[in-house]
Ligand binder design. Structure first.
Ligand code: UGA
Length: 431
């Protein structure tokens, strides 16, 4: 099958590369010529384990190509995927301008019948709207059918998830279109769920909102555990053994970040609001998350009431491990507040520091290692649960003025830290 993918952000690029890997001929289109030039050489614009290797392999085997020319990418395609961004607008709703632009680009370039698959996360009703835009602008008797095929990949394990997903959701108006997309995806050997278009669009938002709800729920339980002397790790483990609850996404911490949960929860509140439904539960989830992202500052201020001029080490800047992505990461809020309170902030992250430099306050300093970051520091805050932190030799904390570790991801055992003479505070566990 010849496939075009418009947009090479994390969803588009991973989709294109995975489809090439299972044997399709894929042309990935992006307006950014500099980025295209790099991708043509197998250089991935994002850090994603295994991605560059698969890019290079499929480019060499001539199944994968990149272009900034829509006509060149689309001309021969049987199926065109739209995987452009739907960023958050100031009112929380999804900005659909890139999706609409992609639809216009398709109409301008095609001269044969095609199926357009929308991978971008779009509000319920968008697939129909895009279908109408294309029908209106098609001059000849060319037929275009739109299919919703939302994405459930996680950053940091996106390639693995492509081949080991729980389901592929296909929302279509015709069995013919649904079957064709099912056939394209067949080599992934992932269960397929076929449904109507609006339900497919809702499945995406509802899934992300539900996972975000699980996280905010367990974070609130962790705050109550601290007050009552229970241990959140034991509570999560005990709850997760109930298969109706499930053990995943019950890890308490400093809230969810990234390009999806914060954006999609707010967008779903808007989507509901547009039909005059107040999604009260989800509003609570969003508020709890905001509060949770700043929780380490409160813990730090309890230990060190005045941090003016104090050296604070920040370990971990990415919104989660195995990615260089800082979008909506707690590190943004935490470092901003530390700088505001006059602290000297020295940060270290194994992968995300290059990105961090263009996002965080310019006063944040960067270290090349954990050791350098914490040397002579007054406190160390852990914001991301990188393996490098979890496996560190605890003796390293002796380099601090007086070992004080405030851990937002429960990377260490409380007892072990105590044994090593480290003053240690974490999430939902008694000190
Ligand atoms: C999320 C979903 O998990 C994917 O299924 C979805 O496809 C994707 O959004 C998307 O819409 O594109 P992602 O944002 O990459 O994936 O990251 P997650 O692994 O879900 O983590 C999100 C945030 O939740 C991270 O900040 C993580 O630290 C936090 N989290 C996750 C917790 O605090 N506790 C948990 O138990 C799990």
């Amino acid at each position: 099958m010849k496939i075009a993918v418009i947009g090479t952000g994390y969803v588009g690029l991973v989709t294109g590369v995975s489809l090439a890997e299972i044997g399709h001929r894929v042309s990935c289109i992006d307006v950014n010529e500099e980025k295209v030039a790099k991708m043509q050489q197998g250089i991935s614009p994002i850090y994603e384990p295994g991605l560059s290797e698969l890019m290079t392999k499929n480019i060499n085997e001539r199944r994968l190509s990149f272009t900034s020319n829509h006509r060149e990418g689309i001309e021969q395609a049987d199926v065109i995927y739209i995987a452009v961004g739907t960023p958050e607008k100031s009112d929380g709703s999804a900005d659909l301008s890139f999706v609409v632009q992609a639809a216009h680009n398709i109409v301008d370039c095609i001269n044969h019948n095609v199926i357009v698959v929308i991978k971008s996360t779009v509000p319920v009703g968008t697939n129909d709207m895009i279908s109408e835009i294309m029908q209106c602008h098609l001059t000849s008797d060319i037929e275009v059918e739109v299919v919703s095929n939302p994405e459930f990949l996680k950053e940091g394990s996106a390639i693995y998830d492509s081949f080991h997903g729980d389901r592929i959701v296909i929302g279509a108006n015709s069995e013919r279109a649904a079957s064709l997309i099912e056939q394209i995806n067949q080599p992934f050997q992932v269960p397929v769920f076929k449904t109507d278009i609006k339900s497919a669009e809702m499945i995406k938002y509802a899934s992300n909102a539900f996972l975000a709800t699980k996280i905010s729920f367990i974070n609130e339980i962790s705050n109550i555990c601290e007050l009552l002397g229970a241990d959140i790790e034991n509570v999560s483990n005990g709850m997760g053994m109930d298969q109706r609850i499930g053990s995943q996404f019950l890890k308490a911490g400093i809230g969810y970040g990234g390009s999806c949960f914060p954006k999609d929860t707010k967008a779903l509140i808007q989507i509901a609001g547009n039909v005059e439904y107040e999604f009260e539960l989800l509003k609570g989830v969003v508020n709890v998350n905001k509060k949770q992202q700043g929780i380490l500052i409160g813990k730090l201020n309890d230990c060190l009431p005045n941090i003016l001029g104090k050296k604070i080490a920040v370990l971990g800047l990415a919104f989660k491990p195995n990615t260089d992505d800082l979008r909506e990461s707690a590190s943004i809020l935490v470092t901003t507040e530390l700088i505001k309170q006059g602290a000297e902030v020295v940060a270290y992250d194994p992968i995300a520091m290059t990105n961090a430099k263009s996002i965080l306050d310019p006063l944040v300093q960067y270290a090349v290692s954990i050791e350098e970051a914490i040397e002579n520091s007054d406190a160390a805050l852990i914001l991301t649960d990188w393996d490098e932190f979890k496996n560190v030799d605890l003796a390293v904390f002796k380099k601090m003025k007086k070992p004080l570790v405030i851990d937002g991801r429960n990377c260490f055992s409380v007892k072990e830290m105590e044994r090593n003479g480290i003053d240690y505070y974490s999430i939902g566990r008694s000190v």
